[in-house]
Design a binder for this molecule. Sequence first.
Ligand SMILES: NC(=O)C1=CN([C@@H]2O[C@H](COP(=O)(O)OP(=O)(O)OC[C@H]3O[C@@H](n4cnc5c(N)ncnc54)[C@H](OP(=O)(O)O)[C@@H]3O)[C@@H](O)[C@H]2O)C=CC1
Ligand SMILES: N[C@@H](CC=O)C(=O)O
Length: 426
Amino acid sequence: MAPIKAALLGFGTVGQGVYEALKTHREQLKSVLGEEVIIEAILVKDGAKKRDVDEHILVTTDFDEVLNIPDLQIVFEAIVGEEPGFTYLSKAIEKGCRVITANKVMFARHGKTLLEKAEAAGVSVGYEATTAGGTPIIRSISQLLQVNDILSVEAILNGTSNYILTNMREKGSAFEDVLKTAQDLGYAEADPVNDVEGFDAFYKLMILSELSFGSSPNWDEVERKGITEVSSEQIEVFTRWGYKVKHLARIRSDSGLFTASVKPVLVDSEHPLYGVEDVQNAIMVETSLAGKVTVQGAGAGKLPTASAMVEDLTYVLQSHSGAAVRKKQSVLKVDSSSSESGSSSLVGEYVVIGSSVGFNGSDDIQLLKQDVRGDLVYLLIRCHEETAKSLKANSELVVYEVAGKLKPAEVKVEDRDLVLQRVINL
Ligand SMILES: NC(=O)C1=CN([C@@H]2O[C@H](COP(=O)(O)OP(=O)(O)OC[C@H]3O[C@@H](n4cnc5c(N)ncnc54)[C@H](OP(=O)(O)O)[C@@H]3O)[C@@H](O)[C@H]2O)C=CC1
Ligand SMILES: N[C@@H](CC=O)C(=O)O
């Protein structure tokens, strides 16, 4: 039988990982697929750069040369940005190729269209690598949880951010130094602003939303924050209080009404994602039958990401449908909101940091812990969600939510006057 002809778009961290994995796992692939997989062409941006690849491989900057390869079956895409990735994959699908992508910026925006195009063309799209690197979350949801309804997803989705936060806490490293290491290790995006400002985790969350709920919230209305505001001093105070800062991406759909956010949140040792460290990602999916299912693995890097792409080979070669294979849940009403549900009947715990923190006029604040560092006051408080919202709106204050502490308002908020007195007198 003839070998399976493939092309590789991009030869950076991920592209090189795919190239290496196909070589080192050639026998395993052959026994699973029944054929060898041969890379015929590699598309790059800089045609002058020397590439260490087998002689028979066409290295080009011209995508048409790639498309014109006779009997091309697979296109792996690992380039950067929405375009030209979307156009290239659209053309490849129209030509009857199966495509496998790691490009989440592109897939978050155009995934639905690509899946529809693939459906029409009778081919399939593998996108496991777009979300959480080597962690097999896409196929876990799409193929192993087809009957369950998905109620919510709570996840650590950016390996770079988790790596930075872990190293700041455990080794006392400076933010910029760890970011540089994450870049050297191939974890970070070509523009690391995508990682540290929360865009990357946001795109992944939107991909998971489409897959889990069949739709996603209005992007502009999802609260998105990165980790650049998290300081070493904050981490030190939180550690003494028994908390870690984790960059959490969360989405819930209640009868089609979304609640979603991507931001740094404090977690205590009871939280299921407390122990997820370094470049690891973890995704906790709350389901109607199976309860909470958590998948954890390397969230970034050359070989874990390549693993996701190479594992997609079996899926795209065996499946003839481009559609997201998980059944769509009925969406009664699609609305969007920020992290807060809008209900004032919830009480949660928050850390508020500021140089002069006072809560005059608030009627529901309970002080749980406090610390003072130089000019800054750190307060752990319990209050209504609405109060937290107004604190967050104050640009003089930094406010972190403590995950898992939002509870119905029957939780008693005690000693209001006494607490207010203490807070104001700090
Ligand atoms: N790094 C990781 O851990 C992960 C990355 N991803 C995603 O995978 C993709 C690739 O990431 P990564 O390998 O880290 O990025 P790199 O910056 O290391 O590599 C990007 C590659 O794409 C090529 N490229 C960029 N733009 C074009 C273009 N317009 N036309 C042709 N080739 C182009 C570059 O060419 P040249 O070599 O000539 O510069 C380079 O080879 C991104 O979409 C990223 O978000 C997904 C999961 C994990
Ligand atoms: N830059 C990303 C790479 C994987 O998607 C990350 O750090 O998670």
